[in-house]
Design a protein around this ligand. Structure first.
Ligand code: HEC
Ligand code: HEC
Length: 371
């Protein structure tokens, strides 16, 4: 019985409006959007005190002036400690069915709990210092009282994560030249090269089989996990050993919940990071599989892929054209997804595809990036 109640409470209710090319933003029933909650989430998102050296906030790695990323190959946390993965944009993450490259968190509320206590991100031992800071700050006391009707001593991380998630549900951007062309009938919105690129994206390039474009909307992701051949060299031939040692440690862990263990392990160990979705599902077919990225605002979020290993969109297109390899002479990943095969694109076709990817930038995100 309890199970059903929990499931029901997760059914999203839909918000009314969304920009051109996007569906309504899903909002969980137990965390409705209010202007005060969104403002509180905005403040929490930018608060650097929630880190071991007082220098790292969510915005450090998801900076609005960098299309909500950090433009680094892999992120740097407190004391400049390096993780193993590239920071995805927060823009439109409200539409993601799972969060993180391996989908280890089911929702934004759960996701925001991890960075402050990850040893290569916020670096705090646990959430207590965050609650102490909030509970002793008069501005926060007033805001939490107004939003959640709680006394300072009753503020919990659940309140904190709900407010941050509400703020993130406002970081939504569509209305790119592609959207104007596709969903608003403005045939002038794309250049001829971009129109040819869109055709390649749908047909010869087969990009659309994972980066979805639908009848009335385009999220450019299927919300699924695929191994496209990135990063596997780091564990090639050592997949079994890496997986075995990881599982042994995961199952032996007594002091942390399994998902907290995974969060720490994947961001602090390059090889474990490469296990991808496997770290969550423990299903061997998921080794090296990562979540299909959205491609919206992709021009502004270089470098690319879960390990930040491809610098430019030209590099990305070459990579796909080579059937999931940087160079045609490179070996192929053992676990490569069926859809990744050489594409035989000409130089002009490759350039057209890149032009199309540059038509996915939302005007307001481009404006913020110029500031
Ligand atoms: C030190 C840099 C850093 C900080 C600080 C940080 N993040 Fe991230 N963020 C990342 C990286 C790296 C990933 C990808 C990690 C992974 O997939 O394993 C990520 C993933 C995410 C995602 C998932 C996006 C998707 O498409 O799956 C969201 C949402 C997000 N972060 C929001 C936040 C919020 C909110 C905060 C503050 C509470 C925060 N981040 C703090 C680096 C950071
Ligand atoms: C089999 C599914 C699949 C197909 C087909 C596919 N992609 Fe991807 N794409 C993914 C996945 C999964 C990722 C993330 C992979 C990773 O980091 O390991 C990704 C990542 C990307 C990224 C980097 C995103 C970022 O934020 O770093 C770009 C750009 C991209 N794809 C463009 C394309 C283009 C262009 C095509 C067609 C030539 C294409 N994709 C075909 C699944 C696919």
């Amino acid at each position: 019985m309890l199970r059903y109640i929990l499931l029901l409470s997760c059914i999203p209710i839909l918000a009314a409006t969304a920009p051109l090319g996007l569906p309504p933003v899903p909002v969980p029933e137990n965390n409705p959007q209010t202007p005060e909650k969104i403002a509180l989430g905005d403040k929490l998102y930018h608060d650097k005190r929630f880190s071991a050296d007082g220098k790292v906030s969510c915005a450090t790695c998801h900076d609005e002036n960098k299309a909500f990323t950090d433009n680094l190959p892999v992120s740097k946390g407190f004391r400049d400690l390096k993780g193993t993965r590239n920071a995805p944009t927060v823009i439109n993450s409200a539409y993601m069915k799972t969060l993180f490259w391996d989908g280890r968190e089911p929702d934004l509320e759960g996701q925001s709990m991890q960075p402050p206590i990850n040893p290569v991100e916020g670096g705090l031992p646990d959430h207590k210092p965050i609650l102490q800071t909030i509970q002793s700050d008069p501005e926060y006391q007033t805001a939490f009282k107004k939003v959640f009707n709680v006394a300072a001593t009753d503020i919990t991380m659940e309140h904190v994560s709900k407010a941050i998630a509400s703020f993130e549900r406002t970081i939504i951007a569509g209305n790119s030249p592609f959207d104007q062309y596709q969903y608003d009938g403005n045939k002038e919105a794309l250049t001829d090269a971009q129109i040819r690129g869109l055709d390649l994206f749908r047909n010869k390039g087969r990009c659309v089989s994972c980066h979805l474009i639908e009848e009335t909307q385009a999220l450019f992701t299927d919300n699924l996990f695929h191994n496209i051949g990135i990063g596997f060299k780091k564990i090639q031939g050592k997949e079994d050993e890496t997986a075995r040692v990881f599982l042994q440690k995961k199952h032996a862990e007594k002091n942390m919940a399994a998902k907290d263990f995974v969060d720490v392990a994947v961001l602090s160990d390059e090889r474990i990071s490469e296990l991808g979705r496997f770290a969550v599902t423990e299903n061997p077919t998921n080794v090296g599989a990562f979540k299909t990225s959205t491609l919206r605002n992709i021009e502004l979020t270089a470098p690319y892929m879960h390990d930040g290993s491809l610098e430019t969109l030209e590099d990305v297109v070459d990579f796909y054209n080579n059937g999931g390899r940087v160079k045609e002479t490179d070996p192929l990943s053992n676990f490569l997804a069926g859809g990744i095969r050489p594409l035989n694109l000409s130089d002009e076709e490759k350039a057209d595809l890149v032009s199309f990817l540059k038509a996915l930038t939302s005007p307001e995100i481009a404006k913020l990036a110029k500031q």
